[in-house]
Design a protein around this ligand. Structure first.
Ligand SMILES: [Zn+2]
Length: 312
C-alpha cells in the first residue's frame, strides 16, 4: 500500500508548521485514511474553503490538480493569488476514495467506485466502472436514488449503495463537513473528464448538456445541507480524446486552468446581494438563478476562456 500523496501532505506540514496541518476525515472500507491538509495563512481568517478530488477512483488528473493548487496556495509569488489564499482557511482532501484509487494503480486502471463488496450480487466478473463497490457520488442523502442516474443494481457504475451513507467514505466526508460546514464559503469538487463547470442542483434543471451523466449528488448535498454559497464541480480535461488516460504533458496545464479560477473566489464572495448566502436553497426547479449565472460568467471567465467550457 503506497499512497505517495499522503507522504507529500505530511512533508508540507513539516515544511510549513505554522500554516499547514494534516487531518484525517475518517477511514475507508479497507481501513485507509482519508487524509487531507488544512492551510491557514492569515491568523484571523475564519471562512473556510474545501477542495476535494478522486471520489471516483480513476480520475487521476483531479488528484494532481488539487495537490497542485495546495502547493500554489503555499508558494505562489502571484500577489492576487496570495491575497485570495490568505482570505480563507483551505481544507484540501485529495483522495476521498483511497481504496478505489489504490486499486486503479495495481489492478484496474478504470475502476470508479469504492471497494465495498455487496452481499447480494457478485460483481466480480465485471471490471472498470462496473466492478465491485458503491459509487460514492451517489451515496449521499440529498435526492438519494432520484438524481444523477443513480442505480440500485450493485454492478452499475452508479450504484448508490443500499442506503445513503452506507459507505464509510461518505460518512467520513459527512463528519468533515460537520466540523467545517458552518463556515464553508467555497466548495470545489474536482472530476474528470468533460471540461465543464457544473453547479447545483443536478436533479432539477439541466443547465449543461450532460449534467445528468456527469454531476454527482454529493456537491448538491453540501449545498443543501450547509447552504454553502459557492459550490462548483469542475470536470477537468479532456473532452474524450484520451479521457481518463490523460497524457502527462497535460497535467500541469490542466492544473493551471483550475488554479486560474481561485483568485476569483474572493470577489465572488464580496459581490452581489448576498441572496445566495442568506437564503435557503431553492426547493424545486429553480432554473439557473440570475445570481449564479452572473457569478459564473464573471468570476470564472478565465477558466471558461482557457478551456472553452460550454456553460449552457
Ligand atoms: Zn467523477
Amino acid at each position: 500500500m503506497k499512497l505517495k500523496v499522503y507522504a507529500w501532505l505530511d512533508s508540507l506540514a513539516e515544511l510549513y508548521p505554522k500554516n499547514v496541518t494534516t487531518f484525517i476525515a475518517g477511514y475507508s472500507h479497507l481501513g485507509l485514511p482519508l487524509k487531507g491538509i488544512r492551510i491557514q495563512l492569515k491568523e484571523n481568517a475564519t471562512r473556510v474553503a474545501l477542495i476535494d478530488s478522486a471520489i471516483n477512483a480513476r480520475e487521476w488528473i483531479t488528484v494532481a490538480t488539487s495537490t497542485y493548487i495546495a502547493n500554489e496556495l503555499l508558494t505562489t509569488k502571484n500577489e492576487t493569488l496570495k491575497a485570495a489564499a490568505a482570505e480563507l482557511i483551505w481544507y484540501i482532501l485529495p483522495i476521498i476514495n483511497p481504496d478505489g484509487y489504490n486499486y486503479t494503480f495495481f489492478v484496474d486502471r478504470l475502476h470508479r467506485k469504492n471497494m465495498q463488496v455487496n452481499d447480494t450480487v457478485d460483481c466480480s466478473s465485471y471490471t472498470g466502472s462496473n466492478g465491485i463497490g458503491t459509487d460514492l457520488n451517489r451515496n449521499f442523502p440529498y435526492q438519494w436514488m432520484a438524481s444523477g442516474g443513480a442505480s440500485d443494481w450493485p454492478c452499475s457504475k452508479q450504484y448508490a449503495g443500499p442506503y445513503p451513507f452506507s459507505s464509510p467514505e461518505a460518512r467520513a466526508f459527512r463528519s468533515l463537513l460537520e466540523g467545517i460546514g458552518e463556515n464553508l464559503q467555497f466548495y470545489l469538487t474536482l472530476h474528470s473528464y468533460a471540461q465543464l463547470v457544473l453547479f447545483p442542483y443536478g436533479h432539477t434543471v439541466d443547465p449543461i448538456d450532460n449534467y445528468y451523466e456527469q454531476v454527482s449528488i454529493y456537491d448538491d448535498w453540501v449545498k443543501s445541507a450547509y447552504q454553502t454559497r459557492l459550490v462548483f464541480c469542475y470536470e477537468l480535461r479532456d473532452t474524450g480524446t484520451y479521457g481518463f488516460l490523460l497524457p502527462t504533458d497535460q497535467i500541469i496545464p490542466t492544473a493551471q486552468e483550475a488554479l486560474a479560477s481561485i483568485p476569483n473566489v474572493r470577489p465572488l464572495q464580496e459581490q452581489g446581494s448576498g441572496r445566495l448566502l442568506n437564503s435557503p436553497p431553492p426547493k424545486a426547479a429553480p432554473g439557473i438563478s440570475a445570481d449564479v449565472e452572473r457569478l459564473i460568467y464573471k468570476g470564472f471567465h478565465k477558466i471558461e476562456q482557457q478551456n472553452r467550457i460550454p456553460l449552457r
